[in-house]
Design a protein around this ligand. Structure first.
Ligand code: DC
Length: 219
């Protein structure tokens, strides 16, 4: 049984890579960013502001978040697709600074990862959620490369957008995620850095699978 923690900035390819590595190694994939996005979606829909801690607490008590077959389920409804917008990216980054939100989601993340092989991605997995993970990866890429990938993805879907705007949004979100008080994005001391700027998806997947195989052989 191996637990792999993948942290890194937005747009570094964490979910694509984690899903593929998870399939190859038979590990359950847990996308913690999707959980923050789902909470961001609900708080925004209910018009609750990030500083309204009482309402956030009440809302969290009445909220159920789960993964079923890799889909994120918020209060019984599959929100996997509606959370993938630039707007929700921003909201997730803002609401993820609220301690109550973090502690609820971290509890769920640790519970899901108990007693089984998992690959979990996010910002604080190696440094906080699964500090004893057998393999920790810090997956990153140059901000302009990340912006270009996002731009190509949106353009392929027929969404009109401006590369410079995406680049600015990526830099803002990096700053916010790296400079918040609670569990900011940093590379864990025992994490291996993988810079995907000049790598193909296959190369990244093979690199991580080889690392995981070496770790499993040592165990
Ligand atoms: O990985 P993502 O882009 O889907 O994450 C959305 C936001 O959620 C990210 O900007 C910060 C927050 N997040 C977090 O604070 N901690 C995590 N473990 C995962 C995501």
């Amino acid at each position: 049984m191996i637990r792999i923690a993948i942290d890194g900035p937005g747009g570094a390819g964490k979910s694509t890579i984690a899903k593929l590595v998870g399939n190859k190694l038979g590990l359950e994939y847990i996308d913690t960013g999707a959980m923050y996005r789902a909470i961001g979606l609900k708080l925004d829909r209910e018009g609750i502001k990030p500083d309204d801690i009482i309402s956030i607490r009440n809302m969290l008590e009445e909220t159920a978040i789960d993964f079923v077959n890799g889909r994120i389920i918020l209060d019984g409804v599959d929100v996997s697709d509606v959370i993938r917008t630039q707007e929700i990216s921003k909201l997730a980054s803002i609401y993820s600074q609220v301690p109550e939100v973090r502690s609820k989601l971290i509890d769920i993340q640790r519970r899901i990862a108990t007693g089984k092989g998992v690959i979990m991605d996010g910002r604080d997995i190696g440094t906080n959620v699964l500090t004893d993970a057998e393999l920790k990866i810090f997956l990153t890429a140059d901000p302009m490369v990340r912006a270009r990938r996002r731009y190509d993805e949106l353009t392929a879907k027929g969404v009109k957008t401006i590369l410079d705007d995406i680049y600015e949004e990526i830099k803002d979100r990096d700053y916010q995620d790296m400079n918040r008080k609670l569990n900011p994005l940093v590379q864990a001391e025992d994490a291996a850095m993988v810079d995907t700027s000049d790598m193909t998806i296959d190369e990244v997947v093979n690199t991580i699978v080889s690392m995981a195989t070496r770790v499993s052989c040592r165990e």
